[in-house]
Ligand binder design. Structure first.
Ligand SMILES: C[S@@+](CC[C@H](N)C(=O)[O-])C[C@H]1O[C@@H](n2cnc3c(N)ncnc32)[C@H](O)[C@@H]1O
Length: 294
């Protein structure tokens, strides 16, 4: 096949990806979008670019880079964002490498909606992003709430090094403070208006059968004991002490939602729905005594 335009590459990459039975779950869910993500990142174009860009004639150098990365995607089953070192979250571009998981949380939609309708008229002065990884959630919150201070916590120094790079990239050093801490232990006395967390929540059964693409991600970011809830148990226990009186807690638990409901049948969880897909995210209000007393 003649490889002249960007569209030629996309058609070829899509069919090659499909032929190899790759798994798509790192920002895309199909072979075409995966090819587009690879190409746009290499060509330094935003995801919002007009479809007419497909007619663009590729230079020899561009073709070489695209083919090289496409082959690595197929042969090594590396997710595209680790090849391009770029992932998009809440309409922002983030640097990523294998020290952090690739941003893909449905929290992006919640943040872009300003946490409405849950937040209502509550003031937002302090936000805590527990388990920040690349810093994507903390930084997206900083953009939506420019007057808030954000604490971004992770236990991994490697992850915080990546988050620091992203904080600098998005010039929010004044607003986002990175803290190396085992959950709340380094948070001090601050009471937060919002605590948001996408913690590790994959149970041991699911870990054992994860497709090869997920094995490139840090295990510390995924593994969470037999029931997938080892970190979530601690968050539920400790969060009330760190929320303001009207504070809100948002936690993503993915497929561990069922185990959570069995463990905490008395908790007044609100389960969020997302227009752009995703599930397994709950909200609890600090004011809800049913939760605090449990
Ligand atoms: C699922 S990743 C989420 C990363 C990022 N928030 C996102 O949504 O892309 C979970 C993160 O939790 C961190 N982590 C694991 N155990 C932790 C703990 N006990 N305290 C703080 N962070 C922890 C991992 O290092 C990892 O970066």
């Amino acid at each position: 096949m003649q490889l002249t335009t960007l569209n030629d590459f996309l058609v070829w990459a899509e069919s090659s990806f499909l032929a190899q039975n790759l798994v798509f779950g790192h920002g895309t869910n199909n072979a075409w979008d995966e090819a587009v993500a690879l190409a746009l990142s290499v060509l330094k174009l935003p995801p919002t670019v007009d479809a007419s860009v497909g007619e663009r004639v590729l230079s020899l150098e561009e073709k070489k880079v695209l083919l090289h990365l496409m082959n690595r995607r197929i042969q090594e089953q590396i997710p595209v964002p680790y090849l391009t070192h770029e992932a998009w979250f809440a309409n922002l571009s983030f640097y990523v490498d294998e020290r952090v998981i690739i941003p893909r949380s449905p929290f992006a939609e919640l943040i872009l909606n300003g946490f409405q309708p849950w937040l209502g008229q509550r003031p937002v002065r302090h936000i805590l992003d527990l388990c920040t990884g690349s810093g994507c959630i903390a930084i997206a919150c900083a953009k939506v709430f420019p007057d808030a201070t954000i604490h971004a916590v992770d236990i991994s120094k490697d992850a915080l090094d990546v988050a620091r790079q992203n904080v600098q990239l998005h010039q929010c050093e004044e607003q986002v403070q990175l803290i190396q801490s085992d959950l709340f232990s380094g948070c001090g006395e601050t009471r937060y208006d919002i605590i948001i967390s996408n913690p590790p929540y994959v149970d041991s059964q699911e870990i054992a059968i994860l497709p090869p693409e997920y094995r490139w991600e840090p295990q510390l970011a995924l593994v969470a004991g037999k029931d997938g809830l080892s970190i979530v148990h601690q968050i539920l226990q400790q969060a009330p002490k760190h929320l303001t009186e009207t504070g809100l807690l948002f936690v993503e638990v993915g497929n561990s939602m069922e185990a959570l409901l069995m463990e905490y049948p008395q908790f007044p969880f609100t389960w969020l729905e997302f227009e752009r897909g995703g599930e397994g995210v709950f909200m609890l209000e600090a004011g809800d005594t049913q939760w605090q007393q449990s």
